[in-house]
Ligand binder design. Structure first.
Ligand SMILES: Cc1ncc(COP(=O)(O)O)c(C=O)c1O
Length: 433
């Protein structure tokens, strides 16, 4: 058991008011709890939107820090002492070459492969969760992770001086494991898949006085993903896109992008617009896509088997809400094979110079599939969310990309090799653009 530390006082400018159950509207105090005791539904943070409307303008946001904390009035923290490690404000890249390949006229890539400090969108949710953990008096933090979350939790806990113990499936990619160990937390590699890790963590959370970012702190943690909506709206010149495509694991980030857009509309920062939300899953773990394709109104758990380990959640906590969102907004949820995921990673790298991990490969492969099927209108302003970095999942593309041409340190050796290189498909293909 860990002793809790004294919680700091609430700031005058704080806007969070309570937790509300997604089913039945039951209300709870702003404590470390994630499930409604009456309906077992997830809890959502509620805010004083009148106060936000009175104090927040485009100008106040633009004058804020170059990080997710420029949106602090929309985030579930009660003090001014936030953990700002430069997370957020990642590039929104206007695509030309990939867009042309897919026949789309207005495609953007939101590039969280270069998010700080650990190169995935998880730095957003963890910056928020650990700030809240500290406010609630936790001195030890933890998570159940498919890899990226462990990287973020370990790094940001190290920065904040919090004790950290993370839980991962034992078969994760080497880059994800190393990228956690370097921050020197305790790492528990569990012999089982993510859903088993998650179940174990729920038991640990009930027994130890720890702040689990995606269990007892989940209502706060998940709000960090709203910044993926705010940033895109701001970067598009204070307007919403027509269509977004995002990867789905638990379904949280997909639903929070929508919450972010809708909050901006609610407080008058952007004009209302019908946004379409499309989701991407790997065929080897596609419980939400299967439910969507079969027209079901429930998500049946599956056993994951895919190279896209970061999004391999067989029993997604927000799956049902993601399914409803796709249906309500005229979006689609598609799945792609492991080979299509690898091709998606290569396509994004070759056309835009962005090396994404398997989750991003899944998003690009689904984007391609939807575009080819006419399910994305070429004129729609479409944003594809790239949520993680390819350097962490190198195993996925090993054997599917070229080799360096090894030469002697002599001009004629170079010239021979260069002549040979001209005959390679790779160069032929590049010259067609
Ligand atoms: C790189 C990456 N993208 C997307 C996701 C999906 O996140 P969510 O569980 O919010 O659906 C994850 C989850 O771990 C991830 O690591």
């Amino acid at each position: 058991m860990t002793q809790a530390i004294a919680a700091p006082p609430r700031s005058e400018s704080a806007t969070l008011t309570k937790l509300i159950s997604k089913e039945g509207g039951f209300e709870y105090d702003l404590k470390a709890i994630n499930i409604c005791e009456n309906t077992f539904a997830p809890l959502e943070v509620a805010y004083d939107y009148d106060k936000i409307k009175d104090t927040v303008t485009r100008a106040t946001i633009e004058a804020g820090p170059n990080s997710i904390w420029r949106y602090r009035p929309f985030l579930p923290v009660a003090t001014d002492n936030v953990i700002d490690v430069g997370t957020g404000m990642t590039p929104l890249v206007k695509s030309t070459r990939l867009a042309r390949r897919l026949g789309l006229k207005s495609l953007y890539i939101k590039n969280d492969a270069v998010n700080m400090p650990t190169l995935s969108f998880k730095d957003r949710v963890v910056s928020v969760a650990l700030t809240r953990a500290r406010e609630l008096g936790f001195s030890t933090v933890s998570c159940a992770s498919t890899g990226n979350l462990a990287n973020s939790t370990a790094a940001i806990a190290a920065h904040a001086g919090l004790e950290c113990c993370v839980f991962i499936p034992a078969d994760l990619e080497a880059g994800k494991v190393l990228g956690t160990l370097i921050y020197n937390p305790t790492v528990m590699a569990v012999k089982g898949n993510y859903d088993q890790v998650n179940r174990l963590c729920s038991e640990v959370a009930n027994t130890y006085g720890w702040g689990f970012v995606n269990i007892n702190l989940r209502p706060y943690y998940s709000e960090g993903s709203k910044t993926l909506g705010y940033e895109v709206a701001e970067q598009l010149g204070w307007q919403l896109p027509d269509h977004i495509v995002a990867p789905l694991a638990s379904g949280s980030l997909y639903t929070k992008i929508r919450k972010g857009f809708e909050e901006f509309v609610k407080v008058g920062l952007v004009e209302d617009k019908a946004v379409r939300y499309s989701g991407a899953q790997a065929e080897g773990c596609s419980p939400i896509a299967q439910a969507f394709k079969e027209g079901r109104d429930f998500v049946a758990p599956v056993k994951p088997n895919t190279i896209a380990k970061s999004i391999a959640i067989g029993n997604p906590a927000d799956g049902l809400y993601a399914l409803e969102q796709a249906k309500q907004t005229n979006g689609n949820i598609e799945s792609v094979t492991d080979q299509e995921i690898i091709d998606g990673m290569k396509l994004l790298a070759e056309t835009e110079g962005i090396f994404t991990e398997t989750a991003g490969g899944t998003t690009i492969a689904v984007l391609k599939k939807l575009a080819e099927a006419g399910k994305i209108n070429p004129d729609e302003t479409t944003v594809a969310y790239i949520t993680g970095n390819g350097l962490k999942t190198q195993e996925a593309v090993q054997g599917y990309i070229g080799e360096p041409l090894t030469i002697d340190a002599k001009l004629d050796s170079f010239e021979q090799a260069w002549k040979r290189a001209q005959t390679l498909d790779r160069l032929d293909w590049q010259q067609t653009f």
